[in-house]
Design a protein around this ligand. Sequence first.
Ligand code: GDP
Ligand code: MG
Length: 392
Amino acid sequence: MTNETLEILLAAGIPAAIVVALSTLLVRRRRRSDVDEAPTALDEPTLAPAPDEAPATPAPAPVEVLPEEAEAPPVLEVPAPVAGRLSRLRDRLSRSGSPLGARLLAVLSKDHLTEDDWDELEETLLLADVGAGPTGELIDALRTRVRVEGLKDPAQVRALLREQLVALVDPTLDRSLHTDPGTAADGSRVPAVVLVVGVNGTGKTTTVGKLARVLVADGRTVVLGAADTFRAAAADQLQTWGSRVGVHTVRSDRDGADPAAVAFDAVRTGRAEGTDVVLVDTAGRLQNKAGLMDELGKITRVITREAPLSEVLLVLDATTGQNGLNQARVFSEVAGVTGIVLTKLDGTAKGGIVVAVQRELGVPVKLVGLGEGPDDLAPFDPEAFVDALLLG
Ligand SMILES: Nc1nc2c(ncn2[C@@H]2O[C@H](COP(=O)(O)OP(=O)(O)O)[C@@H](O)[C@H]2O)c(=O)[nH]1
Ligand SMILES: [Mg+2]
């Protein structure tokens, strides 16, 4: 029950006690509908309406009298802590073939490095999607250091390679995710708004779901916006993620609704409810640049009428290499990307894409996807990443 309704009822002479009783009852009913709608597994999306669309009258009561516990809020999952998640990458990389770092180390550990060895190092870096420019820089730096200092024991080789790879990934970039609520022009509090964009299938919805969990674990309140209105299944998928951690999804009840309208609704809901963060999931149809520009442009325009955008995260599938980079370029030109989420890093031995994409777009990788599990999203950290590449 909103304050406005409360005022109207009070003005109509309805005693405050009755109003309060009524609103308590409504809150209870809403909780009950949450319980009923909570799906049990990821692959069992619910078609039930979002809690806010729940009918004012509850469904007919079951014959059996529900025990008192049925009134309790749904059992929510407790997301795993975020710290240390990137270390899981090590195991996953070792499962996906010989990782970049191990191959580099094998060559560098030779007693005497020939020109062929340097060529092999260069080739290894290029094959791992590091990109021509950064590869050249790394080879030059390594050659200089090897010439000046010589390389004696394996620990020294490893330390040198680690240092050079960390420098290449660039530890100076600001990788923090901006999710603090802000202030509107009129001085009122507005939620942080995170818009998630990228090509279809890269892992946007999954990332929004995982990110919601991270934020909830951090004590934030979150609203999800299902602005991929192309398929109802997309909104179901998002809603399922949200409901597992008690997060509400704003969605449209029909396919093909205006994504900008849903995004706007989500942000307005977040603002009205005093939510900390609104995460907006989008469709990734890359029909053509003009169409994409129209759609994303409209979404950003309507969102910023309610609250400024805190982050525009571009989701990129690490397994798609150069092709992914080309797509990323289009999105970054259209959407003003502030951070990259590199997904499916568990499925590739080519960690070099981190370097290439940052150089290409001039935007830091902020998060990485390490698997399909609900807590397989980690904040990106150059040192932990390089350590995973070097397997120890
Ligand atoms: N292995 C792996 N799979 C992922 C990761 N992120 C997403 N996926 C999978 O990629 C597929 C597409 O994800 P989805 O979020 O629906 O992509 P969207 O179309 O961009 O929203 C799903 O099967 C996800 O489980 C990841 O980090 N690792
Ligand atoms: Mg999706």
